[in-house]
Design a binder for this molecule. Structure first.
Ligand SMILES: *Cc1c(COP(=O)(O)O)cnc(C)c1O
Length: 239
């Protein structure tokens, strides 16, 4: 407990410092704890510290952990992995948020499958800000059409945009990609959409993301430690 509590406090302090350095209020940035590959017990421990928002990348892992942790009050699941259309139902039934919608078909299925008994599903559009061909996410120039179509769907609440920048140690490239996402959100707001979320920044680059306007940072390694993948799981970087 002491270890994960210390790591959690460390991340929150880092976030607050980055917010202050950017002239932003620390309350404007939220921590999403990414538990992929870590056991439900680790999430239970961090929930015991006071963390409430947890991110998962794989539908199977989300489903299993949600069942194992159903007794925890106030826990909100955020789905942050690539989502195939045949897997939307579990996510629509379990998650409070989906960060990775990048086509209308997925949004339509989530809207149709979101149970009436639950509040609307919060959704973000994943944008490919790096231009890498292999990357998930809508192209920046196609984001406006998708956003307006999604904003019209029932049972969903479009909250904002999400990105995973290219893996690079080059801070200036990273900063430019975060700035691209922030500028795109402003453009959509000028077009009349009401958005409050920029989901960007991970363990290595959350400070830079907060400087560029992140409102949710998605942090795994800095909380739980390094990940090891077993052969049953997708390898490599999702997205
Ligand atoms: C794994 C993952 C994270 C967390 O990454 P860390 O570098 O471990 O903090 C954040 N976002 C997405 C989409 C991820 O897949």
């Amino acid at each position: 407990m002491a270890t994960i509590f210390t790591a959690w406090q460390g991340v929150l302090t880092r976030m607050a410092k980055a917010a202050q350095a950017a002239g932003r209020s620390p309350e404007s940035v939220h921590l999403l704890a990414v538990g992929k590959t870590f056991p439900a017990e680790s999430i239970r421990e961090l929930h015991g510290c006071g963390q409430r928002a947890f991110g998962e990348n794989y539908v199977q892992e989300l489903t299993t952990k949600a069942r194992e942790l159903a007794d925890l009050p106030g826990l909100a699941w955020h789905f942050i992995g690539p989502l195939q259309s045949n897997k939307t139902r579990h996510v629509a039934e379990i998650a409070a948020w989906v960060h990775t919608v990048d086509r209308l078909k997925i949004a339509e299925r989530l809207a149709a499958q979101r149970p009436e008994s639950l509040p609307p599903l919060n959704v973000c559009i994943q944008v490919n800000v790096s231009g890498e061909a292999s990357k998930s996410g809508v192209e920046p120039k196609a984001a406006s059409a998708l956003a307006h179509a999604m904003a019209a769907l029932p049972r969903l609440r479009l909250r904002g945009l999400m990105c995973i920048p290219e893996p690079t140690g080059d801070d200036e490239r990273l900063r430019a990609q975060f700035a691209t996402l922030a500028a795109l959100k402003q453009q959509l707001e000028r077009e009349g959409l009401v958005l409050d979320t920029l989901s960007m920044g991970m363990s290595a680059d959350l400070d830079l993301a907060i400087r560029e306007g992140a409102t949710i940072v998605r942090v795994g390694t800095a909380l739980f430690g390094a990940r090891t993948y077993n052969s049953n799981q997708d390898q490599g970087i999702p997205g």
